[in-house]
Each structure stands twice: as structure tokens, then as C-alpha cells.
Design a protein around this ligand. Sequence first.
Ligand SMILES: [Zn+2]
Length: 479
Amino acid sequence: MHRHVIRRFHTGLLLRALSAASLAALASFSGGSVRAEAARPDALRVGFARVCITPEQPLWLHGYASQPRFRPFEGKLNDLYAKAMAIEDSRGERAVLITLDLCVIRAPEAAALFGRLTQRTGLARRQLLVNFSHTHSGPMIGSSDFSRVPMPAEDQQATLAYTAQLYEKIADVTLAALADLKPAELAWGTGRCDFVRNRRLYREDGSYRGMGPNPDKPVDDTVPVLRVSAPGGPVRGLVFGCACHPVTFGQENLKLSGDYASFAQEEVEASHPGVQAMFVQGCGADANSDPRCGPDAEKHVRLQGRSLAAEVGRVAKGPLEPVRGPLRVKFAEVALPLKPIPPRAELEKMTGTLAHNAKRMLAALDSGRPLPSHHQHPLALWHFGGDLTLVALSGEVVSGYARSVRRELGADRLWVAGYSNEVDGYLPDATIVAEGGYEARGLVADIGFYSADAERTLVQAVREASRALPKSSPEKIPR
Ligand SMILES: [Zn+2]
């Protein structure tokens, strides 16, 4: 209501004071159709914005629910940001990518965030895509993880106050990116990252043994890079991905940091003045940065940031493929099947990583509460003409999903992201469900262990969402 009043006030009384350019921007911002000139059908406009989300007071960090972390952070190595890229095609279709230097968002907090964002921005849910870098040295958000750590009441209050403020900042940065929409040329290419290491170790008989660097098992080491430039002019934004846990800082680190993802963004921005760098986490749930932890962690993380930034810079120089409109944005909630609830005797024996779900299943059985058979998985798909498809999966997605989606849609002109929209625990592929181990530990705020059928169900949903979308022929943009 209030927002409408302000908008009417603006359009009714202030228009004479605005320049022609800002008038066009305001009309477009209000959903109007005023344009300076008729755009080509495949033209895109892009806007960027950022807001600092570094907590004003020390909060508990999220990523390692263990003793050294049971206190607020002490000092900082990076400022953390919410960054937004708004895109609009010539038909007026719009979507906004928001990247956050934060660890996770559980299902209840995701519902609250998107409720607030749609309310404040006027965008539909499907037009908003949020990606979490998954830094393990950023602040916890929301209350969903309070039960897993011994956080005193006053620190809980500070975390909740930060979370409420964060939602408003994310809405602010979304609106600011929409207000920045300008004609743009987009292009993309792919590089490689050298510090992404599979982290699942096996015994000689092939059974799962534990966590540690395993160069013999696959990862997704691709580095997708989207370059956004002013038409014929300078680069405005570099959006890049990497599929790897930002865990170069281990649980002993108490300094606020975005880990390698923040160091890489800072380095890209330092070497490309005026450019907004945005990091998109991929299907890196079964990969850790290598080397990591120990007394040299800070040295390692700076080197990793520099090497990833150098690869982004190399790819951005071209040759690149053009990315044009029209923009088609799809969003679906896919019901992923969970395993049947194990018998009580089996639940009572579950320890270690399985205990979190086993305990809550037993409590539900005791009180006669029904347990879910499926988890609703937010799936986003952005299709740019026939040039590029961004598939954004939710949860801590293992690298097998990147391989499955590539097999299904073709590896060309495809960007597969994980850690998007909601991160309520690991999403193991069928192989990892069968093998068990860390990434098969189940949901966090919701309850359950994924079934081996979850992978097939989700890949089929991706295929459905991308069916009948046009393909274009490859065309290189020269350096
Ligand atoms: Zn993780």
C-alpha cells in the first residue's frame, strides 16, 4: 500500500524535475513501456548493484558446528556483499540474480526471504534467483540452526536482528539493480579451476571411508564466466562460477571471511576497475578447496583467490560466445522423493552425521506427527535465446548432478549452478545415496534422507523445463 502511495507521488508530482533519461528509467522501473528507442528483439538490458552485508557486530559464524566456533567472530578478512544483476529483454521480461557471500539458507528462512523480496520489489518468485557462495566463515542467518549449536540467547537475538536487516538489504540491492538497467552486450565462456578436489575417500573394497582430498574421483572444475559490457564499450560486470566448498579456512578460523570466493571477487574487481564481480557457487558439495586449513590457510586462500581471478580474467578476454535474448525464466518446485522412514530400531542405532535426522524422526514417531515423503526442491532455469541456459539447483548439490544435467541438455551453452534459492542440506546423487557417507546425511530444517530416485526426478524436471526451448548456432565473439 505504502509503496503504491510513494510511486503515485513520484509519478504525479516529481516527473517535471526528472531528466529524460531518468524518466525513461522510472517508467521502465514502474513496469511501463517507455523506451528511448525501439530495441532489437534479441537485445538485453542489464543493471548492477551491491550492498555491504558485513555484520555491524560480531556474530556466530556458520559452516562448522563445532567447539572452536561456539563464539562470535573475532576480526575480519573480507567485507561480505549482496550483489545483484538485473536483466530485461526487449519484451520486458525481467529476472534478477542475487549472489550472497554467505553459507546457507534453510527452507523456513528461504520462504521468509522470498516473501519479503516479492512484496518489496513487485517481482514474481520465478524472477528472483539467489545463490549462496557457501563460505564457511560468514555469519549464520535465521534460527533454523540454533538447535545444533549452544548459542546464548543474546547472540541468537543478534543473529535474528542481522537476518531481518539482511532481507531488507537484499530487497534494496534488487531494486537498485532494476533501477540501473541499461543496454548491454553479454558474452560467455568457460575456464578451469585447479584447486577443486573431490573429497570422498574409499577403502579398497570401494566402500566410503571418510573425507579427504581424492584426485581419483571426479569434480566439476569448470569456471563459467559471463561478461557484461556496455554496447561497444567497457566491461561492467563479470559473473563467474566455481563448484567447490569454500573451506580453505577451517573451523579454527574465527575471522569473518568469504573464503576463496571473496578473495577471487576482490581480485577480479581490483584488476578490472569499475567492474562488478559476482560469484556463483556450482555443484561443489563433494569437492573441497585444496590445500586447506592449518597455519598457512590464509596464504592458501589468497593464492586460490588470485588463481581463480586470473582464470576469470583470461576467459573474459575472449574469444567468447554471444548471449542474447529473449530471456525465458522458468521456476518450479520439484517434489524430490525421500527414503521411507527406517524402522525405529534402526533409527535408534544411527549416530554421527545421521543422528540429526534420526533424532527428529524418532520424536515425530513418538508424537504421532506425519513425516514428509518428499522435499520440495526449488528449480530455476534461465534461457537466453538459444545461446545459454542457466540451470540453478537448490541445496548442497554434488558434482554428479552437473554431469547428469550436461548429459541431458548437452554440455555446450550450459551453466549448472548449485546452492541456489534454498540450501536445506546436501543433495546426493544416486551413487552417493547408495554408497552413503557425509553427503548422504539428509535434510536440516526439513526432515528426511534423499532416495536414490531424487537424481532421476530432478534431471527429468530439468529436461521438462528446457523442452522446446530454441537452440542457436555457435558464433564466436573475437577478442
Ligand atoms: Zn557444505
